[in-house]
Ligand binder design. Sequence first.
Ligand SMILES: O=C(O)CCC(=O)C(=O)O
Ligand SMILES: [Fe+2]
Length: 212
Amino acid sequence: MQPDLFDNSSAVQPQILPLPDADVTYYPGWLSADEASRIKQQLEGELEWHQDTIKIYGKLVKIPRLQAWHGDPDAQYSYSGLSMTPAPWTNTLRDLRRQLTAHCQASFNSVLANWYRNGQDSMGMHADDEPELGSEPVIASLTLGHARPFVFMHKRSKRKSKVMLEHGSLLVMKGTTQQCYQHGIAKTARKIDDRINLTYRYIYASEQPNNA
Ligand SMILES: O=C(O)CCC(=O)C(=O)O
Ligand SMILES: [Fe+2]
């Protein structure tokens, strides 16, 4: 059993997660349930959802969720040697960016959206530690829809802990969190509804190679 970081069933106060070598705060009910449901519905129709294919051991497989990438035109990142340009901001995403910028006192120039259609959709353990994000990125993660456990694993000790990310909640990761931890969303056999997650990030302009 992984220890629950805390029981947030009745919490409304921000919770600083007791994770050594990390800086993570959980804000339950950052959006009201009604507001979160309204925003989720808008995003379902507004974003440029697609299902990427990746190569694993030479085999092409579809990643187990839908994704959309929106942001400023210069917030490009490279992926498998390709430079990816984000789709433009939508009104809903821009409005949330304004609120998150004020709340986190940080800049965000892009957002990665993930749509987990059911319990079989997931995200493998990873750290958001690409060089384009800088060494201590502020990542603001908003959950809309069915709550899913978010698992942290300390890279060195391998110790795992989890926090339930509820409808309308905000999780802010900063400092050395990405350096010291991986995180992910596991599959579940339970019949559950869908969930959209938004992670607002700041992408630093990457150096263009001279021969580009
Ligand atoms: O769905 C989530 O809560 C996690 C998303 C995530 O880790 C990412 O987009 O990098
Ligand atoms: Fe992540």
